[in-house]
Design a binder for this molecule. Structure first.
Ligand code: AR6
Length: 169
């Protein structure tokens, strides 16, 4: 059984096997959660990211967590919101699926996601959270050895949205 839960926190503080980074396709850092993760993980993260050759929208790549409490970072690139008819939901779902596939491949037991694409990339939180929760539920329903999946929200209002969508225990 996989436990899904929402939490209001700075994702860099979480002691999980992997935290997910909402990166851009260069994988060379930026603002938002990406900037926070690079600052907290330290400069060796940048070195490893530079060796990865970027990442396409909807895909995910793995690095070590360096100075973070999390052992690994799964970097994924969400879609920029362009009104919703340009493949945004499919690309966003692909970020969650790809990240969970990497977690499963490495036999991770716990993973924390930020609300991908809902900051700088402008994806409306209610729509993005629905894609996030539905996609993750679909993956774990089919089979997952991951014990805990956390939706890490930065703001109280984002937490409220996830709370309303997640199945109650
Ligand atoms: N912990 C948890 N969530 C956070 C944190 C944190 N420390 N900091 C921000 N958030 P964003 P995007 C939330 O903009 O929309 C970067 O420059 C934030 O409140 O980080 O996918 C990249 O390099 C929001 O809910 O990511 C890309 O260029 C969520 O994380 C671009 O931004 C995502 O906001 C990616 O944009």
């Amino acid at each position: 059984m996989t436990r899904l839960r929402e939490l209001q926190a700075n994702i860099v503080t979480l002691s999980v096997d992997a935290i997910v980074n909402a990166a851009n396709s260069s994988l060379l850092g930026g603002g938002g959660v990406d900037g926070a993760i690079h600052r907290a993980a330290g400069p060796k993260l940048f070195e490893e990211c530079r060796s990865l050759g970027g990442c396409k929208v909807g895909e995910a790549k793995l690095t070590k967590g360096y100075q973070l409490p999390a052992q690994f970072i799964i970097h994924t690139v969400g879609p920029v919101w362009r009104g919703g008819k340009n493949g945004e939901p499919e690309l966003l779902a692909s970020c969650y699926r790809g990240s969970l596939a990497i977690a499963a491949e490495h036999e991770m037991k716990s993973i924390a996601f930020p609300s991908i694409s809902t900051g700088v990339y402008g994806y409306p939180i209610e729509l993005a959270a629905r894609v996030a929760v539905e996609t993750v539920c679909d993956v774990v329903r089919k089979s997952s050895k991951i014990e805990e999946i956390i939706f890490c929200c930065f703001s109280q209002s984002d937490l409220d949205v996830y709370e309303s969508l997640l199945p109650k225990e």
